[in-house]
Each structure stands twice: as structure tokens, then as C-alpha cells.
Design a protein around this ligand. Structure first.
Ligand code: NAD
Length: 501
């Protein structure tokens, strides 16, 4: 038990709510409970959503110049104090400090993109489409928007959405993961310091009760969700039925295809970085390496050699890989290793036996490498979301692409080759939203959009970039007639469908 309570945030103040429900927040490197997060009930949720609603008209009509200045100030403050945020992420998520800083930096890029909102919101205008008639388009904010985020990027994933939503004139309610809820509260305080008016950025802490309240509230106009596929599907269906605009990003099983002509040292480095970075708790992690042709023995040896050099331990001590987020998650990932072993895959490196530089009660699990994995094994079919890399051997490129294309997920994929023609063919054929060519984690820059295909995304709009701006705004087209004062203002009677001559 801990005396520290992490609350909601509304009207630019912390709010403890009245639900009397709490969840434990732990430090994964020590196993200690470091705080209690409040878990909202319906009344708490209604109160937070009401604050966002109260602020929405004033914020939507605040000048674009003023809104952008506040977003820019937020960018400056975040940049100055990003190491503070990184430390918070490490203390609740467990990822190593460098990685946490990388997460903040990628989020910061979306804030920088949002500073260009005056340009992004420009509509178009056509003059004299008919005598005295002009037409122009504009985009307007939705009102209150809901954001529900996962544990694995407690700062960056919310930042995929709220900078654009706020800059475009919406007010937001964010429901962070209850496993690492402090990062979003810290950013709430930063927004206040940047001059954001009360009620524009609100935080609703909680679990399914809080999520359902956001999905059902008629005052919440859109939902941006990121998390596992079953919950993404549920969120998509329930919020769509409630008439909302929804983008629900789900799980992943990202493949890395290595062709026989690839630079195997480059591929081995990439597989280790993308397989074990952040302990595999990334939706863009590589979890399946598809070795094409006769390179598998050499490639697996190179990966194993590199993996054995990784230092596992407390992320504040300059290690390479931290613990998993919770004990339950650590045990779930370990059970996948048991299952792969029992199913007959070759266990080249067993993370269950890795020593860790950290407290005994930390949620440790070392990097695990399986070879000779087949597509019927659970370590292949399921999203593990931990430091487990499975090597599948295939004879041809076509077999490799077929594996990727028949997988239920389509978030990220990578191909390693020296052949530009092969890479181009892959880009054309592969059914995945984000593709890397000799790049293992192809997370798009903020000015492009992030999103997968198939069961990795429900809805049709990806996160950030121009698609993000469209998601958080609605279009209007205005057709205007102003007669020349020297001419007759009357158009005469004409009941036929209007055409513009
Ligand atoms: P999760 O689905 O357990 O939780 C995500 C959010 O949903 C959290 O805020 C949680 O409180 C809420 N939630 C959990 N159970 C719920 C329920 N029954 N009803 C309503 N809401 C519920 O996901 P997680 O474990 O926090 O995050 C890991 C998952 O997120 C992985 O599957 C990963 O692939 C995915 N992810 C996807 C992307 C992407 O861009 N596609 C990015 C990051 C993470």
C-alpha cells in the first residue's frame, strides 16, 4: 500500500473523485507499489466530461493564433523538461531511460506538427462558380473528444492525438492506462503552465467503467483508442453504435522478412533492437523473423551472439532492457515461452533464466529466441507483447509474403534485402499499413499518419498527420451568392435541380 494517490484532472486542477475505487501502480524494477490510482465511477466520469463540455465553445472560438501560441508554449516546456517525463515513464512502465526519452521525443514531434495548425486548417475557395456565386470549404472542431491509451507508451500514444485535437479547437478527456497513469497527469500540469484554459485538457483515470462512460456519453463526439485487438473491436463497435467517430488501433504481430541477399549483420542488429527494445512491449516490435532460403543458420547465430550481450536490469542504471510492466504480464509472457518449448520450437536463448541487474522482486524476463517456429504454434499465432523473437524458416519469398498476408494483424512489417526490385515488389504486395525497407521499426514521422490494416485498426482514419487533422475536424462547404449591386438581386423562379451555368 502507498500513501500517494494519482487523481483525475479537470478544470486545471487535480480531482480525487468520489468512487472509493483504487488500483495499484507499481515500479516494475522493484515490484513495489508506489501509488494508488483512482478508478472512476459513472459520477466521476460525468463530472470530468462536463468540464470538457463547458470549455468547448470558448476554446473552439478562441482565435487560431492564440490556440497555436499555447501549443507552441507547451512544446517549449516539454522540450525543456522532457527528462522529467522520461523518469516518470521509467518508474511506472519499466522501459530504460533512453527509450523513455525516445518516446517523449516522438510525441514532441506531433506537438511540433500541431503548431502548424493554421496552415493545416486552411480551406479552399473557388470564385465565380456561377454568376455572383462563390464556394469555400472550412473545417471545424468536433467538441469534446475522448482518448483511451495503452500502458506501453504512456506519454507518446496520447500525444498522437491530443496536440492535434487541442490545436484544432477541441477539448479532450484522456483515459490513460491504469498501469502507468502519472505521465498524462504530468502533461496536464504542463498544459496549465503553458496557459491552456481550464477544461480543455482533462484526465479521467480508471478501467472499463471509465472507458464505457466515454463510449456512451452523448457529449463525447469521437473516440481515439489504442490497445489490444479485442478491446479495440469492442470500443469500435460500442462507440460507433453511439454515433461517434472512432479510430481504434489494435494489436500486432510484426514480421521481418530477411531475403538471402540481405546484409546479415544489419539484419541481426535490427532484429535484436526491434525484438527486445522496450522488452518487446511495442506495437511495432518485431516478433517474427522470417528467414528466406539458406541463411537461417548464420542469421540465428548472429542474433543469438548479439542477444547474449544485452544487459537486463533497472532502467535507471544504464541497462539495455528493463522489466515487464506488471507481474501478471511477466508471467503471461513466460507462459508463452513454456508453450513454445512444449510445442517443439528450438529454444536458442531462454529468457526465463536471464540474470537481471535489479531488485529481486522486479518483473524480470530476459530476451528469448526461438528457432524452427511453425505457424500453428501459439508463439506464432498470438500477440505475446514481450521479449520473445520467433524465427520461422521458409524456402521462398512468396512463402514469406503469404505468411504476412494471411496473418490477422497488419500493423508493421520489414524487409531486409539489397535488391531494390524485390523491396518494391514487397511494398506493392504486402497487406500491412507501415512498411520498413532495411528499417525494422517503421513508425511514420508526425506529418505522415500512423495506422495498421486488418485487426490492427478498426475505423478508417489513422493517427496524426493529415488524417489526424481530418479526424478531429468536420468539413463544411459554403456556397454564397452576392449579387453585383448594379444588377437585379432576383434570380427568378426555377424549380429544377440547381446547376451552375
Ligand atoms: P489493453 O487493451 O489492455 O488496454 C488499453 C486500454 O483499454 C487501457 O486504457 C485499458 O484501461 C482499457 N481497457 C482494458 N480492458 C478493457 C475492457 N474490458 N473494457 C474497456 N476498456 C478496457 O492494452 P494494453 O495492455 O494497455 O496495451 C498493449 C496493447 O496495445 C497491445 O495489444 C499492443 O499491440 C497495443 N498497442 C497498439 C498500438 C497501435 O498503434 N496499433 C500502439 C500501442 C499499443
Amino acid at each position: 500500500m502507498s500513501d500517494t494517490t494519482i487523481g483525475h484532472w479537470l478544470d486545471n486542477e487535480a480531482y480525487q473523485g468520489t468512487s472509493g475505487r483504487f488500483g495499484d501502480v507499481t515500479n516494475p524494477a522493484t515490484g513495489a507499489v508506489t501509488a494508488q490510482v483512482v478508478l472512476a465511477d459513472e459520477d466521476d466520469a460525468a463530472r470530468v466530461i462536463a468540464a470538457a463540455k463547458r470549455a468547448s465553445t470558448a476554446w473552439a472560438t478562441t482565435s487560431l493564433t492564440q490556440r497555436t501560441k499555447i501549443v507552441f508554449r507547451f512544446r517549449e516546456l516539454l522540450n525543456e523538461r522532457k527528462t522529467e517525463l522520461a523518469a516518470i515513464i521509467t518508474s511506472e512502465h519499466g522501459k530504460v531511460l533512453d527509450d523513455a526519452l525516445g518516446e517523449v521525443t516522438r510525441g514532441l514531434e506531433v506537438v511540433e506538427f500541431a503548431c502548424g495548425m493554421p496552415h493545416l486548417l486552411k480551406g479552399s475557395m473557388s470564385e465565380q462558380i456561377s454568376g455572383g456565386v462563390d464556394i469555400h470549404s472550412k473545417r471545424q472542431p468536433l467538441g469534446v473528444v475522448g482518448i483511451i491509451s495503452p500502458f506501453n507508451f504512456p506519454a507518446m500514444v496520447p500525444m498522437w492525438f491530443y496536440p492535434l485535437a487541442i490545436a484544432a479547437g477541441n477539448t479532450v478527456v484522456i483515459k490513460p492506462s491504469e498501469k502507468d497513469p502519472s505521465a498524462v497527469v504530468w502533461t496536464a500540469e504542463l498544459w496549465k503552465e503553458a496557459g491552456l484554459p481550464a477544461g480543455v485538457f482533462n484526465v479521467l483515470q480508471g478501467d472499463k467503467v471509465a472507458v464505457d462512460a466515454l463510449l456512451d456519453s452523448p457529449d463525447v463526439k469521437s473516440i481515439s483508442f489504442v490497445g489490444s485487438t479485442p478491446i479495440a473491436r469492442y470500443v469500435y463497435e460500442r462507440a460507433s453504435q453511439a454515433g461517434k467517430r472512432v479510430q481504434a488501433l489494435g494489436g500486432a504481430k510484426n514480421h521481418m522478412l530477411v531475403l538471402p541477399d540481405a546484409d546479415l549483420d544489419l539484419a541481426a542488429d535490427a532484429a535484436v533492437n526491434a525484438g527486445y527494445g522496450s522488452a518487446g512491449e511495442r506495437c511495432m516490435a518485431i516478433s517474427v523473423l522470417v528467414a528466406v532460403g539458406n541463411i537461417a543458420d548464420e542469421l540465428v547465430a548472429k542474433i543469438a551472439e548479439r542477444t547474449r550481450t544485452l544487459r537486463i536490469g533497472d532502467g535507471t542504471r544504464g541497462t539495455d532492457m528493463g522489466p515487464l510492466v506488471t507481474l501478471a504480464h511477466r508471467d503471461k509472457v513466460a507462459s508463452f515461452i513454456d508453450a513454445g518449448d512444449e510445442a517443439g520450437a528450438s529454444l536458442v536463448i531462454d529468457g526465463r533464466e536471464s540474470p537481471a541487474d535489479g531488485a529481486d522482486d522486479g518483473f524480470w524476463l530476459g530476451p528469448t529466441l526461438f528457432d524452427h517456429v511453425t505457424p500453428d504454434m501459439s508463439i506464432y499465432t498470438e500477440e505475446i507483447f514481450g521479449p520473445v523473437l520467433s524465427v520461422v524458416r521458409v524456402d521462398t519469398y512468396d512463402e514469406g509474403v503469404a505468411l504476412v498476408n494471411t496473418n490477422q494483424y497488419g500493423n508493421g512489417v520489414a524487409i531486409f534485402t539489397r535488391n531494390g526490385g524485390a523491396a518494391r515488389k514487397f511494398e506493392l504486395e504486402v497487406e500491412v499499413g507501415m512498411i520498413g525497407v532495411n528499417v525494422p521499426i517503421p513508425v511514420p514521422m508526425a506529418y505522415y499518419s500512423f495506422g495498421g490494416w486488418k485487426n490492427s485498426l478498426f475505423g478508417d482514419t489513422h493517427a496524426h498527420g493529415v488524417e489526424g487533422v481530418h479526424f478531429f475536424t468536420r468539413g463544411k462547404v459554403v456556397t454564397t451568392r452576392w449579387a453585383d449591386p448594379a444588377e437585379s438581386p432576383s434570380g427568378g423562379l426555377e424549380l429544377a435541380f440547381p446547376t451552375h451555368g
